[in-house]
Write a protein that binds this ligand. Structure first.
Ligand SMILES: *Cc1c(COP(=O)(O)O)cnc(C)c1O
Length: 373
């Protein structure tokens, strides 16, 4: 008997959640309604009472946050080239200019010294990304933002459940954006949420989420701003409410599994491991870097043959054709390029067993030596 295929991630949805989704489907109200309001209230409670609005994707929250921060043509926004491409695409989407700075090779998050050095008169905002759920240093980040009067839009798509000095991500800061895509630590299938700063009107955020429509008690309406269409459905919100009940347990299980990787991975293989942080990180992903001279494509294929899914998150995004066409090129951000070329994402999700981790470690020891270029 061969063991079943082990994907790099898989959502954990319980029967109670499935029953709640069925209830929504039977209720006659399946778009944004009472479940979305309840989900927003629960997210707000999690975020220490800050206003939170739910969206159809994390990408939409980032774009709306940029619009709420009044970032547009003529402005630059500083971010990292080592992230999911959504982080940079939204900057272009609102007509602003992305300004990338390289990563810190240890944390793999944006290098805050280089960030501060890159600030110009046109810089309006920064979008830090907590890659793999390892938080960017919030103390340093907000000191820089205050000094240079920059807005911060935290791309916390991967760090829901993580914390900074004991405070859950989302409870402090400026704009905080979460994604609930199927692969994230908490999922609604597709979805996202935006935590709003005190100087932003939540009603304006709601209008940007739904065609700019303002409704009056007498049934009348007006449109006073150009809004998109990125509201969440009650079907999705019901999944989110079910997921939230398990968040603490999911994060704890991910931490235990990550610890086991540190204990069981053969150090003689030359893998470069991520920072062993069990205080803050929610272990959204476990990402070693391959050693010199390994063909990553061959390694991913060899692991697949052994029944194990390995992901690549992410190649440095300035090397994608679109960004190259805008002027970026190989050599611009050597640290991000090095990580982007070597990174692998090993299976890590709450329903995994300890034995699964051992199976992954054994498969790596078996497969890696044969993948030398
Ligand atoms: C997933 C993700 C997003 C986008 O989220 P969607 O919900 O897929 O739109 C943005 N940034 C990062 C870093 C992500 O991982």
């Amino acid at each position: 008997m061969t063991a079943p295929f082990l994907p790099f991630t898989r959502p954990s949805i319980d029967e109670e959640t499935i029953a709640e989704v069925a209830n929504v489907l039977r209720s006659g109200w399946i778009t944004s309604g009472p479940k979305v309001q309840a989900f927003e209230a629960a997210l707000s409670a999690y975020c220490g009472g800050r206003p939170v609005r739910a969206f159809s994707s994390g990408t939409a929250t980032l774009e709306v946050a940029l619009r709420l921060a009044k970032v547009g043509a003529g402005d630059t926004v500083i971010t990292t080239p080592l992230t999911w491409v959504a982080t940079a695409n939204v900057i272009l989407e609102v007509g602003a200019t992305p300004l990338f700075v390289d990563i810190d090779p240890v944390t793999r998050n944006i290098d805050l010294d280089q960030l501060e050095a890159a600030i110009t008169a046109e810089t309006r905002a920064v979008i830090p990304v907590d890659l793999a759920g390892l938080p960017v240093d919030r103390d340093r980040l907000y000191a820089i933002a205050a000094k240079h009067k920059l807005r911060v839009i935290e791309d916390a798509a991967q760090s829901f459940g993580a914390s900074w000095r004991g405070s859950p991500i989302g409870t402090t800061g400026d704009f905080v954006s979460f994604s609930f895509h199927a692969n994230k630590n908490l999922t609604t299938g597709e979805g996202g949420a935006l935590v709003l700063p005190a100087d932003v009107d939540p009603a304006l955020c709601e209008r940007l989420r739904l065609q700019g429509v303002k409704r009056f008690p007498d049934g009348g309406m007006d449109v006073d701003v150009l809004g998109g269409k990125s509201n969440l459905t009650d079907i999705a919100a019901a999944i989110g409410l079910g997921q939230l009940k398990h968040l603490a347990e999911f994060t704890e299980r991910r931490r235990a599994l990550a610890r086991r990787y540190f204990e069981r991975l053969d150090t003689s293989l030359g893998l470069e491991l991520p920072p062993a942080d069990f205080e803050n990180t929610n272990w959204h992903m476990f990402q070693p870097l391959l050693p010199d001279g390994i063909d990553r494509g061959a390694f991913v294929a060899a692991m697949k043959e052994r029944g194990i899914g390995v992901g690549v998150h992410y190649p440095a995004l300035h090397l994608f054709s679109l960004y190259r066409s805008l002027g970026w090129q190989a050599g611009d951000f050597p640290a991000a390029e090095r990580v982007g070329a070597r990174t692998i994402t090993l299976p890590l999700f709450p329903a995994m067993s300890d034995v699964d981790i051992d199976r992954v470690c054994a498969a790596i020891a078996d497969a890696l030596p044969a993948c030398r270029r």
